[in-house]
Design a protein around this ligand. Sequence first.
Ligand SMILES: [Zn+2]
Ligand SMILES: [Zn+2]
Ligand SMILES: [Zn+2]
Length: 81
Amino acid sequence: MDEDFEYCGECTVCNEPVDLSDMGNCSECGSVFHWGDCGTWNNGQHMCQNCIQDKCDHDWEDIGNGKKQCTYEECQKIKDE
Ligand SMILES: [Zn+2]
Ligand SMILES: [Zn+2]
Ligand SMILES: [Zn+2]
């Protein structure tokens, strides 16, 4: 393991170890996550991908086959119409 690695816990999204320089701290569930990969800003707060998707209130676009996709690129939730 990289000796500069500062372990901050397991990512709540992908279950891999999180480095301090790479860490986000979810304002919703309080878990750590990989910043940029497993979560990002959501309404001005750090939020993990799981919570972003749980709380999705973004705009949706029709992607065909009776499905809609969230237009927020960090969310990308898909639901049946
Ligand atoms: Zn992760
Ligand atoms: Zn969360
Ligand atoms: Zn969304």
